[in-house]
Design a binder for this molecule. Structure first.
Ligand code: ZN
Length: 140
């Protein structure tokens, strides 16, 4: 699983390096994190907007990021995610990209317009609003 994701990231890196920055992002329509550092915290300023764009519960996104960063954190009253221990912005972005590839992007058609369907068991489903494909994914 990890190696497949790594290969995907390599592929994306290559894609980004070949295309002009603005065009590639527009083409894939990926939201970009705005990360700011205040004291001993990294703050994702547009966290609620990004979660909304991805059609994901911010708590799910937070849970994934904090788990994989192995850092404590919380969503503040302004809807920004505060991560303690100042992880680098490239690490945060990399893990966020992995979340996107696993829990947002449709593996069939590549669209990020998907729904996350959670049930009580350990298996969740990704339902694509573009092509209708359903894929089972691991619960976070
Ligand atoms: Zn699809």
């Amino acid at each position: 699983m990890a190696s497949i994701l790594e290969r995907y990231e390599e592929m994306l890196d290559r894609l980004y390096s070949r295309l002009p920055e603005k065009r590639s992002k527009k083409a894939l329509d990926l939201p970009e994190l705005q990360i700011e550092y205040v004291g001993q915290k990294a703050i994702i300023k547009n966290f609620s907007n990004v979660s909304e764009r991805l059609n994901r519960d911010p708590r799910i996104v937070m849970r994934y990021l904090l788990k994989h960063l192995a850092k404590p954190g919380a969503i503040n009253p302004s809807g920004q995610l505060e991560i303690f221990g100042t992880p680098s912005s490239s690490t945060i972005s990399k893990i966020f990209m992995r979340f996107l590839m696993t829990y947002v992007r449709c593996p069939t058609c590549g669209s990020i317009d998907t729904d996350l369907v959670r049930n009580k068991g350990k298996v969740w489903f990704l339902k694509c609003l573009a092509c209708g494909a359903e894929s089972s994914i691991e619960a976070i």
